[in-house]
Design a protein around this ligand. Structure first.
Ligand SMILES: Nc1ncnc2c1ncn2[C@@H]1O[C@H](COP(=O)(O)OP(=O)(O)OP(=O)(O)O)[C@@H](O)[C@H]1O
Ligand SMILES: [Zn+2]
Length: 606
């Protein structure tokens, strides 16, 4: 017998539609009176022994508390059902079985054409297609001017097709947008539709690739059917490489589905050349990828995706224009210098920059300000790149000191070497996984010279060298520096002919996302050895150069490190002041600077 306590909520003659029960510390969820009328079955969960009010006692509304007691009803407890792992397992097994059965069903009908089941499947996903009259125009896209110029022609064709037809011109129906993630390929496709004022259908390659053979092909058919009805229009296919990979490569087996989908796509695209084009059904397909090198050659034939539009990561001027676009709706403080931010965000693409400004807006809101300051954007960039500050992290003084030497080593080398990008910020406030950081403002150059790259290698290795020179001990803090330096040195040797190995293109196939034409895919063992030797030589000699440079300027290394430790962070200007022997105003006594403006420190202060 279980120790059940029934606690009546009111008079004992009240109907037992509600009662409080406590059962050996278990919470009673529901109570059911067995049909035989003499056992009260309680279902419940374990809870800390608190009285618990159940809602109903189903079955007999006339049943009262005292009636229960009078009858001498026995109480049985049942643990809650449906939560035991056995139940879960049996559920999963039956689901799996259904899945396998369905799969076999579709497989047996895999030639799919006209198969009603597969077609219904294909149709049901037509909702992944968005048709809208898009509000996006070319004015919303920046930093990829050539791509915009290329696509302007498409817009023009959609606007006045007859002008082109009269001249017998064949307009490309398939264009491949090639570029790194987040560079604005989707945005450009929308802008083309927006500029031309035509509907826009979007689908991702991965939506086509399903487990069931025949479904992807059915979806392609359905998509083009819809598009034909809406023509003139734009179809945008993101991640085309998900369907368009070279046939007969990739994983073994399970490729039927992808191949059928790809074939269907080719069939649909070929349809454009014949009657469809004559009927004035103008459909332009823009497909996006960052791996054009893996695409099946059949996709790239004339009449299909025979034009590539490169949407590259933006340069500094492009980044500035993108920042302007995305700050249109954000109140910026007059002190915000978008050109400077653009220079300090090398490597970021449009999506990153949008995110950066959004983070800055959030920071401003958090400080209850109505304008975004330069410092918000600087902080946002540091956060995006390295994670939020971790001031609460307790760091031993010795660790802080060696971190400071490391960062000062980078910055000092950068300052001393003629072709290196200068540091604009040094910090020993830990962020994300880093204990400190040195941030550089890169010059925008179209070509990097060999001397500039050697200086860059030297700066990258100077952090580790500074630890060695100043402390005589090294830490694990340089792992990332080594990775970057090694990657750069390797490219110098294998891509840019900047070593004794010679003027050869030795990069591995597909090492860059923009690779046209065949690439040398293999070389001899001797060449491999020569490459390794050349890379090692470059790194070793630049490491020695960094160590020599820092030894020569050891007094500066110590001095800057002391200042950095005292102030936690240093700007590029402050760094220059200290390097020229000047002193910085004591913290807290500096004249209040206008918000958002970098400290006005003049080098001639000394
Ligand atoms: N060149 C740009 N100009 C203005 N905004 C941009 C640009 N590139 C990206 N953005 C912003 O970033 C967002 C995401 O970019 P988008 O989806 O177009 O990139 P994508 O190249 O298609 O990326 P993915 O390859 O990951 O699909 C855009 O909605 C836009 O707000
Ligand atoms: Zn470093």
């Amino acid at each position: 017998m279980l120790g059940l306590t029934l606690l009546s909520p009111g008079p004992k003659e009240m109907p037992l539609s509600e009662f409080t029960a406590q059962l050996d510390g278990r919470r009673v969820e529901t109570a059911v009176l067995r049909p035989d009328g003499d056992t009260l079955e309680l279902h419940g969960l374990l809870v800390g022994g608190k009285p618990y009010q159940t809602r109903t006692l189903p079955g007999d509304p006339a049943l009262t508390f005292s009636e229960l007691q009078r009858r001498g009803v026995k109480v049985a407890y049942r643990p809650p059902s449906g939560t035991s792992w056995l139940t879960v397992l049996s559920w999963m097994l039956s689901l799996l079985l259904i899945g396998v059965l369905l799969y076999m069903l579709f497989r047996s009908r895999q030639m799919g054409n006209g198969d009603p089941a597969a077609q219904a499947f294909g149709k049901s996903r037509a909702s992944v297609v968005n048709i809208d009259r898009v509000g996006v125009t070319f004015a919303d896209v920046a930093g990829c001017e050539e791509a915009k110029a290329d696509l302007q022609e498409v817009v023009d064709f959609l606007r006045q097709p007859d002008k082109y037809r009269a001249l017998g011109a064949r307009i490309p129906h398939g264009l491949l947008l090639v570029g790194p993630p987040g560079s604005g390929k989707t945005l450009l496709a929308k802008a083309v539709a927006g500029e031309a004022g035509v509907p826009y259908f979007a689908i991702s390659g991965s939506d086509f690739v399903e487990m069931f053979v025949g479904v992807g092909a059915a979806r392609v058919r359905d998509l083009f059917e819809q598009a034909r009805k809406a023509a003139p229009c734009i179809i945008f296919m993101d991640e085309i490489d998900a369907v368009g990979r070279k046939r007969g490569t990739g994983m073994q087996g399970g490729n039927d589905e992808r191949e059928q989908t790809l074939n269907q796509l080719l069939v649909e695209m070929d349809g454009f050349r014949g009657e469809a084009a004559a009927e004035g059904q103008d459909i332009i397909i823009l497909a996006a990828t960052n791996r054009p090198d893996v695409l099946d050659a059949a996709l790239l034939r004339p009449g299909r995706f025979d034009r590539q539009v490169v949407v590259d990561a933006p340069d500094a001027a492009g980044r500035e224009r993108i920042l302007r676009i995305h700050s249109r709706t954000k109140p910026l403080d007059p002190g915000v210098d978008l050109a400077l931010i653009a220079r300090r965000t090398a490597g970021m693409v449009g999506a990153d920059l949008e995110n950066l400004l959004n983070e800055a807006a959030l920071l401003a809101a958090r400080s209850e300000r109505h304008r975004i300051l330069m410092s918000d954007i600087d902080e946002a960039r540091d956060r995006v790149l390295m994670g939020p500050e971790r001031r609460s992290l307790v760091i031993e003084e010795a660790d802080r000191r060696i971190t400071a030497y490391h960062e000062v080593g980078h910055a000092l080398a950068a300052q001393l070497l003629p072709h290196a990008d200068k540091a604009h910020k040094l910090t020993v406030v830990p962020r994300g996984r880093a204990l400190g950081a040195a941030l550089y403002t890169p010059e925008d150059r179209l070509h990097l010279s060999r001397s500039a790259m050697l200086d860059q290698l030297c700066v990258a290795l100077a952090g580790h060298a500074a630890e060695q020179v100043a402390v005589g001990e090294v830490t694990t803090g340089a792992a990332n520096d080594f990775q970057q330096a090694t990657a750069l040195a390797r490219r110098m040797v294998t891509e840019w002919g900047m070593s004794e190995v010679g003027p050869l293109a030795l990069a591995e196939e597909g090492s860059t996302y923009l690779s046209y034409g065949p690439q040398p895919s293999s070389y001899s063992d001797q060449t491999a050895e020569a490459i390794d030797r050349a890379v090692t030589d470059l790194l070793n000699s630049q490491y020695r150069r960094a160590a020599d440079l820092l030894t020569e300027h050891i007094h500066l290394l110590h001095r800057l490190t002391d200042v950095l430790l005292a102030r936690e962070s240093l700007s590029g200007e402050e760094l220059a002041v200290v390097m020229q022997g000047g002193t910085l105003p004591v913290l807290g006594t500096a004249p209040a600077k206008p918000p958002g403006v970098l400290p006005q420190l003049k080098p001639e202060l000394a």
